[in-house]
Design a binder for this molecule. Sequence first.
Ligand SMILES: NC(=O)c1ccc[n+]([C@@H]2O[C@H](COP(=O)([O-])OP(=O)(O)OC[C@H]3O[C@@H](n4cnc5c(N)ncnc54)[C@H](OP(=O)(O)O)[C@@H]3O)[C@@H](O)[C@H]2O)c1
Length: 208
Amino acid sequence: MSSFDRIGILGAGRAGTAIARAATRAGLEVHIASTRTPSQMRYHLMQYAPQARAVHAEEIADGVDLVILAVPQEDLDDVDPVWVAQRILVDATNRWENEPLPAWFEQGLASGLSSSEVIAQRFPEARVVKALNHISHWAMDAPQTAEARAAMVAADDPAAAQLVAQFVTALGFEAVVAESLAAGRHAEPGTPYFNVAATAAQLKQALL
Ligand SMILES: NC(=O)c1ccc[n+]([C@@H]2O[C@H](COP(=O)([O-])OP(=O)(O)OC[C@H]3O[C@@H](n4cnc5c(N)ncnc54)[C@H](OP(=O)(O)O)[C@@H]3O)[C@@H](O)[C@H]2O)c1
């Protein structure tokens, strides 16, 4: 039985630290890693995610079932898939404008896969779920309004999708589950609700 009482976040930039702040506000324990050692991250985290615990990237999955991937896609050659084997990997990444991508990523996209399907091929021993990629770090910190903002959760693995839906709900969003990783392309950059607030009804419509 998987849980998300403690999560790992790979990437401690704008997205990773915003997700860390939201998760710690929700009472979750957060381990976070970047290219730097925990001691090198100390002052950065004191400012951006003071409740999170810095760990080495290769230890990000220790003691957690769920790891958020918040590393720029151009840097993914340096993320060893073994680090997140047997874990739920929440793909929160996007290609940003003309960001240069690793060759395997370009080839996967050229073959017609959605970006999270390419990530799933790259991380074959992880259970990849696409989520949180379409929510900006500003919105992650925004106060809740009367109507919760919708957040898409797309996966081929229903049990993993359910757990991530519970996780995004704990962060204060209304989860809208798309029943395939391929459907996650409806929340990629350039789609109507990418970085744009949507209700659950609007997001469900976009996923049709
Ligand atoms: N910014 C947003 O609002 C937002 C929202 C949703 C999704 N996203 C997506 O999230 C991803 C990251 O965006 P960002 O804006 O957070 O980027 P960012 O501010 O540039 O931060 C990137 C982080 O990734 C870390 N990193 C790079 N290579 C790594 C590696 N091999 N192992 C571990 N950590 C590594 C960096 O480490 P160092 O700190 O050591 O350099 C840095 O902490 C992008 O794909 C983006 O599209 C961003």
